[in-house]
Ligand binder design. Structure first.
Ligand code: FE2
Ligand code: FE2
Length: 282
């Protein structure tokens, strides 16, 4: 038996501290959960693609968690794969280097009881960067060597409604990369795929693969995709052939309304807003 806590979409910033209190609630929950590890599944920052300070701030915050921490980048950390939701923040080598400077790696393997957990950088899929190819090769090696039930963690969902969707949307992986990844997964023993990004909890199984969308820590879903958009934290208890999923919503966790924070259209991005640093951050 192994317990993993998943915190996703924490969206921290030293200058725009709207979600700092939610982070403190999530951190306290994780510290008390007797977890073997905490996975932080992307969107650690708000303006990570253009700010050294934000990525460093998120790294410091994660360093204060009691358990071992495994972090993965999201579009708010290293930028989006093209075409992306913001043409000014497309993933590139400099943005990856900034992440590497604070987190050392954007992909990892972790054993949890009888399961193997594999974390990848979702933003590389469809990016055309050299690191996309090396990650593909690495993933092939990890999946063929696993020899046990495997769970894949990545920031973005692989698809929205179904594996054969050809929808091009910044809400999920681009179709060309998706087809290649699903082909890989079908040849492996990947039973669980855990993603964030859409800020909602949804749990659906397609074929032998369970696609779990975990809720955000920072703010509620802006758009319903068939899930529960309230903020939350996720507990995964891995046993021999099974994984038990529990979504916890500590009372103090506030499901912030992003549109209201941005003044209902007054600001396009949170980073454009006047500074509002977190209280007592550290
Ligand atoms: Fe997010
Ligand atoms: Fe995201």
């Amino acid at each position: 038996m192994a317990r993993i806590v998943v915190l996703s979409d924490i969206h921290l910033s030293p200058t725009h501290g709207f979600f700092w209190e939610n982070w403190c609630v999530a951190r306290e929950f994780a510290d008390g959960a007797k977890a073997d590890a905490v996975i932080v599944n992307g969107d650690l920052a708000i303006n990570g693609p253009d700010s050294d300070a934000e990525i460093a701030f998120a790294a410091t915050a994660l360093g204060n968690l009691r358990a071992r921490v495994m972090a993965l980048p999201g579009n708010h950390d290293v930028g989006d794969e093209p075409p992306g939701q913001d043409p000014d923040q497309i993933i590139n080598a400099d943005r990856l280097a900034r992440w590497d400077g604070s987190f050392a790696t954007d992909r990892w393997v972790l054993d949890a009881g009888d399961w193997r957990l594999v974390g990848v950088n979702a933003q590389l899929f469809g990016s055309g960067l050299a690191r996309e190819q090396s990650q593909d090769q690495w993933l092939d090696e990890q999946l063929s060597a696993a020899g046990r039930p495997t769970a894949l963690f990545l920031h973005k969902p692989v698809f929205l409604e179904g594996p054969i969707d050809d929808v091009l949307s910044p809400s999920c992986m681009v179709p060309s990369a998706r087809a290649r990844l699903l082909d890989r997964l079908d040849r492996s023993d990947v039973r669980l795929i855990v993603s964030g990004h859409l800020h909602q909890h949804r749990d659906r199984t397609f074929g032998g693969q369970r696609h779990l969308w975990v809720p955000a820590v920072a703010f509620a879903a802006a758009q319903a995709r068939g899930g529960d958009g309230r903020c939350g934290v996720t507990v995964l208890d891995f046993s021999q052939n099974n994984v038990e999923v529990t979504i916890e919503r500590p009372r103090e966790l506030v499901s912030h309304d992003l549109a209201a924070i941005k003044g209902h259209g007054r600001y396009q991005f949170l980073r454009d807003m006047p500074p509002s640093p977190p209280p007592h951050a550290g």
